[in-house]
Design a protein around this ligand. Structure first.
Ligand code: ATR
Length: 285
């Protein structure tokens, strides 16, 4: 019987997961299909209960359900538990297991695409939402020494800091978004990560003091629409190394595929599917 996989979110129509996963399933010659499902928050519980009974072998979770889905699942991986967010559910004959591949996906992309050593490094991270939680968990778990955290709403960076304090004590310093403090943090950082939604569809930061970063620093942007965000363009013009957000999307999806099927997907094919789709979107815009 054809196996069913999917992704749930609200909204869901901009998701590129179905395109990427179906390309990988085809490449692996699997009798399976991956579908997007529009699930508003009030329907989340009902969806999960229905999916438990369907021949649905697994599904991904995107905004805004990554945190709220937790109580409806039977078991969480340690990673998902510490992150407090789930992006991958596996249906083991009615028993729902939740995990999170976002952090692994980010770190794999960083390590494959950039000349960068996370262990013992110092990073500045902008943002304190879901994406920032995943990236910060990935960096902490890979041995980052210190993270300077800045967020527009300072209460949220304090919350994020407290969230990880039990497992990774004293490695995060949360600061108000103050130009001078940001400059001081960048001067000590080998990595700057944008985990906010600034850059999406061409929006820009005003006055990010990139000139304070050391010349060999890496600027990493999780935003992939457009692939070359204003931040990455600015960083490249200054001769800094850059890391695009597309790789995280590829590898978090590839990790989900591996968990569900037990097989390694063709990551190059997945990346190519995304590159083609984004190039087309940029041409249409
Ligand atoms: P995601 O799961 O993609 O991280 P999110 O949880 O909604 O989405 O988080 C969005 C992040 O982008 C937050 O850190 C948000 O800052 P606030 O906590 O202050 O809302 C940040 N963000 C969004 N728009 C921003 C802007 N114009 N300037 C700075 N930060 C912004």
């Amino acid at each position: 019987m054809t196996k069913l996989y999917g992704v749930i979110g609200d909204p869901i129509k901009h998701s590129l997961s179905a395109l990427m996963q179906n390309r990988a399933l085809q490449e692996a010659k699997m009798d399976a299909v991956y579908l997007p499902f529009h699930v508003p928050p009030q329907e989340l519980k009902a969806f999960v209960e229905a999916a438990r009974r369907w021949p649905c072998h697994g599904f991904n979770i995107t905004l805004p359900h990554k945190r709220t889905i937790q109580p409806y699942l039977d078991e969480l991986s340690e990673e998902a538990h510490i992150m407090g967010a789930v992006n991958t559910v596996t249906n083991r004959e009615g028993y729902l297991f939740g995990t999170n591949t976002d952090a692994t996906g980010y770190i794999r992309s960083l390590q494959e695409e950039c000349p960068f050593q996370v262990a013992k490094s110092t990073a500045t991270v902008l943002g304190a939402g879901g994406a920032a939680h995943a990236v910060i968990f990935g960096l902490l778990n890979t041995g980052v020494e210190k993270i300077f955290l800045f967020n527009r709403t300072p209460e949220k960076s304090q919350q994020l800091k407290m969230h990880f304090a039990g497992h990774f004590p004293q490695r995060i310093e949360a600061h108000d978004w103050d130009q001078e403090r940001l400059g001081q943090a960048l001067a000590q950082s080998q990595l700057l990560v944008n985990a906010t939604s600034v850059g999406l569809n061409g929006t820009e930061f005003s006055n990010l003091p990139l000139d304070k970063l050391p010349a060999a620093a890496l600027v990493s942007d999780l935003v992939y629409r457009p692939r070359q965000t204003p931040l990455l363009r600015d960083a490249a013009e200054r001769g800094l190394n850059i890391h695009e957000g597309l790789g995280m999307l590829v590898h978090q999806g590839a990790e989900s595929f591996r968990i569900w099927t037990g097989q390694e997907p063709d990551r190059a094919v997945m990346r190519q599917a995304l590159e083609e789709a984004l190039a087309l979107e940029e041409k249409i815009d």
